[in-house]
Design a protein around this ligand. Structure first.
Ligand code: URA
Length: 433
């Protein structure tokens, strides 16, 4: 097999066969094929696309490039969820405890933040002592004992995706349907759950800016999962404003706990109940999606989900006292408010801009090596469609470095438009079964 021939074949619109894809993935992971040739192949794929057969084959080859999580000794239908990324998305830490409290086992591997999107693992590390890495036996034992474990992706899972994603990130080849679908689904399949609910975000704070594209991506991932024998469902959710009020690790943990106490923002609750409902339905804990949502709401309202969250924090080494005492969470030393420069409605957000403002405050990373300021981020008092008076406080920037406040505040100010009353976007746009 020859890499140059494969690049030319794809460049000319040809179809890559199973042997070629297998050979390419194996030799790339083994360090035999250099990045410059893979970059060229990725660009050819970006322009010529992969058909469904090629996309499925690529996904399975990437899945099989490393280890698989062995969840076979966990009793019951293991349910997982995945979001394609957003700003202020802290749903895993609410949905996981709800679903686990209702008896559906959650053995979850989550990712870290990069760019304007946040990562669940970083948020969990805002809780002092919380271990985001557990050995395979410990991971399985914990799920059998308390019904939930949430850890970072282990080093041995999908090495092909790790290398390819890093290369796509610097070669302008991230936003291709087949490459995104195979990247996400290879990880989900290797992570071993039986049922997977996908939250495909759509809007100006998501990879997919419009609903049609989000639907294409969602359908592609659902098809891959089903063909691989998993129960699948995808929700297309709006990301034209940050989810909830808090963006940034410690601030988001506080919002997670408030939501579990019954004081959460409406948009966050709605997305969480829908995701939890879908997981309960696929996990055979509810006969319909509606019943799943109802059960999820009852569990949230009863405090059982909060109790499960507390168990999770304690079990993974965190301090459960944070639940009643937020002063135990990291706090940024400095804050600066953003006030409305005119009266009117919050007409629109540039949601990725808010994500970048949070990153500038120290809450995110520009490179993988950057440290995160756990207390940093943005708290939005005003949400889409809210009316504000001139001079009213609409957001606060938090940072441990005074020098970062102004650049974050400037980016934030550019990302919020005050003007006419907007038409409110539908939060749950579509459900794909
Ligand atoms: N998330 C992933 O894991 N992979 C992609 O390609 C895009 C988003």
């Amino acid at each position: 097999m020859n890499m140059t021939e494969m690049i030319i074949k794809k460049r000319n619109g040809g179809e890559l066969n199973k042997d070629e894809i297998h050979w390419f993935i194996k030799n790339y992971v083994d360090g035999v094929i250099p990045d410059y040739q893979v970059s060229a192949l990725l660009m050819a794929i970006y322009f010529k696309g992969l058909n469904n057969k090629e996309t499925y084959t690529l996904t399975r080859e990437m899945e099989n490039s490393g280890d698989h999580a062995d969840l076979s000794s966990i009793k019951g239908i293991k349910v997982d969820k995945h979001s394609t990324g957003g700003v202020g998305d802290k749903t895993t830490l609410i949905v996981g405890p709800i679903v686990a409290a209702l008896g559906a086992p959650v053995a979850k591997m989550s990712g870290r933040a990069l760019g304007f999107t946040g990562g669940t693992i970083d948020k969990m590390e805002a809780m002092d002592g919380f271990k985001t890495s557990l050995g395979p036996d410990e991971f399985v034992e914990q799920v059998n004992e308390i019904g939930i474990a949430v850890i970072g992706q282990s080093g041995e899972l999908t090495p092909a995706d790790k290398k390819l994603y890093a290369l796509r990130d610097v070669t302008g080849t991230v936003d291709n349907f087949s490459l995104i679908a195979s990247s996400i689904m290879s990880k989900k399949l290797a992570a071993g759950s039986d049922a997977i609910v996908l939250d495909v975000t759509c809007g100006n704070g998501a990879f997919m800016s419009n609903e049609e594209d989000a639907e294409i991506l969602a359908q592609m991932m659902v098809n891959i999962g089903k063909r691989a024998g998993r129960e699948m469902m995808a929700l297309i959710t709006d990301m034209n404003e940050p989810l909830g009020h808090a963006v940034g690790n410690s601030l988001e943990i506080e919002e997670v706990i408030e939501t579990l106490k019954g004081n959460g923002p409406e948009d966050l609750i709605e997305v969480c109940l829908n995701l939890a409902g879908a997981m309960l339905y696929l996990g055979a804990k509810a006969d319909t999606l509606e019943e799943g949502k109802k059960l999820a709401k009852e569990t949230l309202d009863s405090g059982k989900a909060l109790a499960k969250f507390k168990e999770l924090v304690e079990k993974q080494g965190g301090n459960p006292k944070i639940i009643d005492d937020y002063s135990l969470l990291p706090k940024a030393k400095f804050t600066k408010d953003l006030t409305a420069n005119r009266r009117g409605y919050i007409e629109s957000f540039d949601t990725s801009g808010v994500g970048f403002a949070s990153q500038f405050s120290g809450a995110g990373r520009e490179t993988k090596e950057d440290d995160i300021d756990m207390g940093a981020g943005i708290y939005l008092y005003a949400k889409l469609g809210d009316y504000v008076e001139e001079g009213e406080k609409i957001a606060t920037v938090h940072s441990s470095e005074e020098g970062k406040l102004n650049s974050a505040l400037e980016k934030l100010a550019q990302s919020i438009k005050i003007g006419e009353k907007p038409e409110m976007p539908k939060l749950i746009k579509k459900i794909i079964e």
